[in-house]
Design a protein around this ligand. Structure first.
Ligand SMILES: Cc1cc2nc3c(=O)[nH]c(=O)nc-3n(C[C@H](O)[C@H](O)[C@H](O)COP(=O)(O)OP(=O)(O)OC[C@H]3O[C@@H](n4cnc5c(N)ncnc54)[C@H](O)[C@@H]3O)c2cc1C
Length: 434
């Protein structure tokens, strides 16, 4: 055990840093309040876009990690048992993966969004559900702290979150407010020194396990979307509870919960971003969330190829390998092309954001487009993998069914395919409409 811990310490100290080029050290003046809304920076101060060598090295390190820590048995057991392997958090933290976009000062790698997509893709290739929980933590929670947290909030929360000691989540959706999320009912009523939160949140990834959750609530219900505020909620707070852990079609083992808030007191210093400007915090977070999550389907498409290619070359019917039939070749060619086209889209958007870091060019239509395209292609690849494997594709001992079930989530979570289409449509309406 000791030598394992030593290995992780060494790995954490040297390996992730070795993929970083020398960057200016990051310092903050005491008491600086970083409101993400007035500050256009979307990367840590002193951020330099990684080189292609940095990114290749990071990918190799992630692949090594996955080989060691998430072999097929771990992925299958996570799915079958519908339980997240909790020891994974500290392993991910020790490898440096939990704060890819966060300041080095708080335990992050400060490597940007291309790097985050790479880690997300390779984790998803091994296990869609472990990767989904990873992204809920590292993107939906950690990156929201990075973008909108004050120095004090970052100093209090990021070290525990980036090390894997604490688990993070983000809660916006409710039973009656999914696609129409700004119609949320949860209230936050001002009281002495803070706010009292009341209501429920639904389908929250990591909700059953989280120590800290970014929660959106109505501070001024009558003001509609202009009355929403983001709060940092410690789940040890009195009045917080997990109503139930949900049973899902796919992404099993990425624990999803329904959460209850009964007069949960949140002190004023735990407001994330400005009061009543939560919708901006939410929407800006959603753009980058869609971008990083689009790497999930990329990994699942690779996984679909991983399971299909050897099988169709090995198995013979009518005296020849399945892969020598043109109907099977057509499926393989389509799967491969869908993966490559989706990857090109995702990484070009991530690269544009990293490279424009001084005045970030985050295009809503590109972030929504990347996940819209990749998610639908990944479900198709999952279905094709099942078909290519025939009867074995339908058996749970093979990964094909799990890949397809996991992929379908990406057409629903972080805004459905329909919502992504109208988000893109509205950008054009704004640009071309009168
Ligand atoms: C596994 C999982 C994990 C999740 N994790 C989180 C999380 O961590 N945090 C969080 O806050 N939320 C989370 N969600 C919630 C997710 O974001 C919502 O489920 C999603 O936004 C869709 O909302 P809904 O389920 O209410 O569907 P609905 O809004 O009821 O939509 C149902 C269908 O109607 C379509 N539809 C709705 N409105 C329109 C329209 N105007 N035009 C055309 N079609 C429309 C939708 O596209 C969809 O096909 C998660 C969900 C799942 C399944």
């Amino acid at each position: 055990m000791a030598h394992v811990q030593e290995f992780y310490r060494t790995f954490a100290l040297y390996a992730p840093r070795s993929v970083l080029r020398c960057r200016p050290s990051v310092t903050f003046s005491v008491g600086r309040h970083a409101s993400g809304l007035s500050n256009k920076r979307r990367h840590p101060k002193g951020f330099q876009p990684p080189t292609s060598n940095d990114l290749e090295e990071l990918r190799e390190r992630t692949i090594e990690f996955v080989r060691r820590e998430i072999p097929q048995e771990v992925a299958q057991a996570t799915d079958h048992n519908n339980e997240f392997p909790n020891e994974m958090w500290q392993k991910l933290g020790a490898a440096g993966f939990l704060g890819v976009t966060a300041d080095e000062e708080y335990g992050g790698l400060s490597m940007g969004y291309q790097a985050h997509c790479i880690v997300m893709e390779e984790l998803s290739r091994a296990s869609g559900s472990i990767a989904l929980s990873y992204a809920a933590h590292s993107q939906l929670c950690v990156n929201q702290f990075q973008l909108h947290g004050t120095d004090e909030q970052k100093a209090q929360y990021l070290p525990g979150l980036t090390s894997g000691e604490k688990i993070g989540a983000l809660a916006m959706s409710e039973h009656s407010a999914g696609s129409d999320v700004v119609n949320m009912k949860m209230t936050a009523k001002a009281t002495d020194g803070g706010y009292l939160l009341n209501g429920t949140k639904m389908w929250i990834t990591n909700g059953p396990d989280a120590h800290v959750i970014v929660v959106y609530a109505k501070t001024e219900p009558a003001a509609g979307k202009d009355g929403i505020t983001a709060f940092i909620v410690d789940t040890s707070s009195s009045g917080f509870s997990v109503a139930r852990k949900l049973d899902k079609l796919g992404m099993r083992g990425s624990n999803t919960g329904e959460l209850m808030f009964d007069n949960v007191f949140v002190p004023s210093e735990k407001i994330l971003g400005p009061v009543n400007r939560g919708v901006k915090v939410l929407m800006e977070g959603l753009d980058l969330e869609r971008l990083v999550l689009s790497a999930g389907p990329l990994g699942l498409m690779q996984a679909a190829l991983d399971v299909t290619l050897p099988y169709v070359h090995e198995r013979k019917q009518f005296g020849i390998p399945l892969a020598h039939n043109q109907l099977i070749q057509a499926k393989l060619a389509d799967m491969y092309t869908k993966y490559r086209a989706s990857a090109a889209f995702t990484y070009s958007v991530a690269r544009a954001i990293d490279e424009s870091h001084e005045d970030p060019q985050i295009k809503t239509q590109d972030c929504a487009g990347a996940i819209l395209f990749a998610a639908e292609r990944a479900t198709e690849c999952g279905m094709d993998a099942i078909q290519c494997l025939g009867g074995m594709g339908y058996m749970n001992e093979m990964a094909a069914g799990r890949i397809m079930r996991d992929a379908k989530l990406y057409e629903i979570g972080a805004g459905t395919s329909e919502v992504r289409r109208f988000v893109i449509g509205r950008v054009f309406n704004r640009e071309y409409g009168r």
